[in-house]
Design a protein around this ligand. Structure first.
Ligand SMILES: Nc1ncnc2c1ncn2[C@@H]1O[C@H](COP(=O)(O)OP(=O)(O)OP(=O)(O)O)[C@@H](O)[C@H]1O
Ligand SMILES: [Mg+2]
Length: 257
């Protein structure tokens, strides 16, 4: 039975790069409205996990189900998996909003063009409708005045807010954030966290890789501590940050304060 409230279900995900097994059987369910924070040391597999969810990396084993639809994969002949149906992957990917550490805006397009690009050219939305939605989103992230500027003329915080507006423009089922503030100057972190915090308070489903522990504690309802490619501990933020059970988690938390 498919649980309609289930936004993402990842089951027993493995990923190896050659001899290196980066994910060693990770399972995670995000229900609609969940804000899941993923924390863990450098190299623990956080980005790889997020990238597998939207198939930017192909898992070596395991299943991924988005909104009740399981991505169909077949053996690729090299010990890994490949999607059986590229169109299914495209369709599912078009429902996931991804925000990376490094903004990844298209530099030759204005902010507004960045936001409407996928809605118009991939999702075939009428342009005037896409512009209307984009302008509303840009207002929400405080960038309406910058809609005709090119990314190079924006601060890092503004670029990241534009990237969030772009991800929201596809009306995603789930937002995936990979350390969205770690490339920012400290004084610009707050403006981006404030936008993400608003999304969390609206109960938008999100999976957020972050090293901002205070923020993770405030906005998430579930925290996952990844260590060496497995979930070492998970639970509500009060338990994870207030009463960590595993020594590794305790060490990790004390190392970043
Ligand atoms: N394309 C790749 N080819 C080979 N190894 C990779 C590749 N991508 C990631 N890795 C390795 O997989 C491991 C996990 O990387 P990943 O980027 O998922 O870690 P992370 O938890 O996101 O770390 P960070 O906090 O530094 O971003 C690392 O050892 C990394 O070197
Ligand atoms: Mg990473």
């Amino acid at each position: 039975m498919t649980d309609s409230a289930q936004a993402i279900e990842v089951s027993n995900l493995h990923k190896r790069f050659g001899p290196l097994e980066v994910l060693k059987g990770v399972s995670l369910t995000a229900r609609q409205g969940d804000v899941i924070a993923i924390i863990g040391g450098s190299g623990s597999g956080k980005s790889t996990f997020l990238r597998c969810i939207n198939m930017l990396e192909l898992p070596s084993a395991g299943t991924i189900t988005i909104h009740g639809e399981t991505i169909v994969m077949k053996k690729d002949g090299h010990g890994g998996l490949a999607p059986s149906d590229r169109r299914q992957v495209q369709r599912i990917r078009s429902r996931l909003g991804m925000v990376f550490q490094s903004f990844n805006l298209w530099q030759h397009m204005t902010v507004l063009q960045n936001v409407i690009e996928v809605p118009v050219h991939v999702l075939k939305q009428p342009k005037d409708k896409a512009v209307e939605i984009a302008e509303t989103l840009l207002r929400r992230v405080g960038l309406y005045e910058k809609r005709d500027a090119y990314p190079a003329f924006l601060s890092g915080g503004q670029q990241q807010r534009a990237a969030i507006a772009r991800a929201l423009a596809i009306q995603p089922l789930v937002m995936l954030f990979d350390e969205p503030t770690s490339a920012l100057d400290p004084e610009l972190v707050g403006e981006v966290l404030s936008v993400i915090g608003d999304l969390a308070r609206e109960k938008r489903t999100m999976i957020l890789v972050t090293h901002e522990m205070k923020f993770a504690r405030e906005v998430s309802n579930h925290v996952v501590f990844l260590h060496n490619g497995i979930i070492e501990e998970q639970g509500p933020p009060e338990a994870i940050f207030g009463a960590p059970k595993s020594d590794r988690l305790r060490k990790f938390i004390s190392s970043i304060h």
